[in-house]
Design a protein around this ligand. Structure first.
Ligand code: DHK
Length: 145
């Protein structure tokens, strides 16, 4: 049976493909899901992708992952830089956590340089565009094999 990976996305990522394409590109979250599902198939992993604009909902998705997912790939978006609640929730999860940022947060405004989530993540991918999700899926395959 394939292991499930939760791919969790924070605020404004529902607009991926339409929102500031010069920074975040033209692919949508549906494109990300399809691409990650393909990579997952090659690695015996299935994918559940979710997005929320609300911090508490993301905390609840992480709680659900405790019973339903072998690993979490998370792009907390703006909550990366503010949310101790998401960090605390991730600390209740026992499997691997990989953090993805579509843009290179270190090349952008200073307030984006720090991520609370990085203190929990096994790995961080930033600046590879939406391909970062597929790279994280591949690495998840390695971590869980
Ligand atoms: C996405 C966002 O929405 C920003 O708030 C982060 C992140 C960067 C990204 O690159 O995926 O600062």
């Amino acid at each position: 049976m394939s292991k499930t990976i939760y791919i969790l996305n924070g605020p404004n990522l529902n607009l991926l493909g339409k929102r500031q394409p010069e920074i975040y590109g033209h692919d949508t979250l549906a494109d990300v899901e399809a691409n990650c599902a393909k990579v997952g198939q090659e690695n015996g992993l299935s994918v559940t992708l979710m997005q929320s604009n609300h911090e508490g909902e993301i905390v609840e998705m992480i709680h659900a992952a405790r019973d339903n997912a072998a690993g979490i790939i998370i792009n907390p978006a703006a909550y990366s830089h503010t949310s101790v609640a998401i960090l605390d929730a991730l600390n209740t999860f026992e499997g691997p956590v990989l953090e993805v940022h579509i843009s290179n947060i270190h090349k952008r405004e200073e307030f984006r340089h720090h991520s609370f989530v990085s203190a929990r993540a096994e790995g961080v991918i930033a600046g590879c565009g939406v391909n970062g999700y597929a790279l994280a899926m591949r690495h998840m395959g390695t971590l869980l094999s």
